[in-house]
Design a protein around this ligand. Sequence first.
Ligand code: ADP
Length: 521
Amino acid sequence: MVTDLEESLRKTLKEVFGYSQFRGNQEAIIKNILKGQNTFVIMPTGAGKSMCYQLPAVISEGTAIVISPLIALMKNQVDQLNALGITAYFLNSTLSKSEINRVKRETLNGEVKLLYVAPESLTKEENVDFLRNAKISFVAVDEAHCISEWGHDFRPEYRRIKSILEQLGDPPIIALTATATPKVRQDIMKNLKMEVADVYLSSFHRKNLFYEVQPKVNSKKQLIKFVNHHRGQCGIVYCLSRKKVEEIAQLLQVNGVKALPYHAGMEAGIREKNQDAFLNEDADVVVATIAFGMGIDKPDVRFVVHYDAPKSIEGYYQETGRAGRDSLDSHCLMLYSPKDLDKLEKFNKDKTVTERENAKLLLQEVAYYATSSVDRHRQLLHYFGEYLEDDFDFCDNTKNDRKTYEARDFLILALQAAQQTEERFDINHLVDVLRGVKNDYVKSYHHDELEVFGKAKEQSDHFLHSLIRQAMIYRYFEKDIENITTLKITGKGREYLQKPTLVTFTKDHDYTKYQLEEDED
Ligand code: ADP
């Protein structure tokens, strides 16, 4: 039975936004925030997060405050809303004094349905004073992962949002993000004090994306071969530096590909022209830094190439996520060299120690992903806290032959190592214990006296790391949410210790056997 509320939501969806049906969880989310409940939405890019706060904002009394980190996206959304006849504004540093006054006046008059605010504007005293007098329907915190230091896009000012909202009468919050590991999710909820929030988690599984990693041996040749194979199709090639973007765009042009560069260092007019050419299909390929793609909603991107390694799996997921929005099969290729990661690490040298350490952990996950021969869908989903019972089988790893081995005995040892060290240590320590490494740290805990100490001493460090990482993906171990480097044994792991069975694991890719290319930069 359709209730009156549902009827009215659908009517608004149709009449204001022009859509006939809600997608995924949208309706449930909208109902929740309309009840005044804190709401946490985790939904992949392109799934329709904005509707989750735009529609309730339109039908609520007062103004919804939307906190968003990117001024360009803010403007985009406000333009779109205005075109639909919705009164929406943004408040940020690009506005003149008189524009600001107008926005404030109309908001206080109750005419504005959505007000987009950058977090640094929200925290300004004068704006807090103004908002105190406004009738706020609810607050949407977009890109909520920016709250967490463990995320890939930490913004310190995001952490001040909650205390400001407390000064504004603590309106209900809807937090939204497209990428959040379980740890980041927990952090967001803690920071926004949303312990009682209702969480709406959509699956991150992109079933139509074929994932592949190739070692960088001769990247230019590899790229040309790949693009030739996809002739006439639309694609994005991501590079690390502006210089590389220019160079690779030229390389493709010389090879007869309709390719254009895009990066933040280009003149705005040209950049926009190139983006339009891509959207209008005058160009097939955009070669870009990661500045490209935010808010781009082109359905038929058939491939995404990472010419250089990404900074994090979150970034990789978002960037590859721009492929195949139309649900047709699309190909995501990463050209991988550990040297790229070294280079990325150097970019972080001016950051604080904590930021550097976190960035390093994120990079390490990229290295794991690239070298692991586990089904890539499984790997990516595991990263975001989802579990696939079986291989999904749409990636290079499952398509090509992999070296397998019988892992039972090693798996038992790894689980025992965790058990005997009371599940309080990280992977490095477990590997040291298994290999019988008598360093000061091991000795300080008397772990050299454990029964399991040195039981895998003939195995390499790399092998044991890979073993335990796979055991995590297959859910024998899990990361401790409070201290994410600590490994805990799962229920499945405990059961396995009771009743071990034969289990096949795969060997990592050995990229050392290739002559990886030297970077010319
Ligand atoms: P996200 O913020 O999750 O990346 P957006 O909010 O930008 O996604 O939405 C992606 C696209 O889907 C937009 O073009 C939006 O208008 C469209 N969209 C959202 N909800 C619906 C719906 N219920 N039916 C059809 N299209 C929708």
